[in-house]
Design a binder for this molecule. Structure first.
Ligand SMILES: [Zn+2]
Length: 75
């Protein structure tokens, strides 16, 4: 939902925030130390998504091959 709206990337924390806002809604009230922590968390989340992607792909491929196999048997 958040990604669907027009957004710009914050120079400070690297997250996206709505274009109609003056300052970043993520790090507006944060100290520099907190911003570093936020960035770290964000990077961790990104790497978690990257780890999941190949697993999801193999599950999808497996499902497709099972469907094709069943179609082949049905003939
Ligand atoms: Zn920010």
């Amino acid at each position: 939902m958040f990604l669907m709206t027009f957004s710009k990337k914050c120079e400070r924390c690297g997250l996206r925030y709505p274009e109609d806002e003056e300052t970043c809604s993520h790090c507006r009230n944060m100290s520099d130390g907190e911003v570093v922590k936020l960035k770290d968390e964000h990077q961790k989340q990104l790497s978690r998504v990257k780890l999941k992607a190949p697993y999801l792909l193999s599950v999808i491929l497996l499902t497709f091959s099972v469907i094709i196999w069943f179609l082949f048997l049905a003939k």
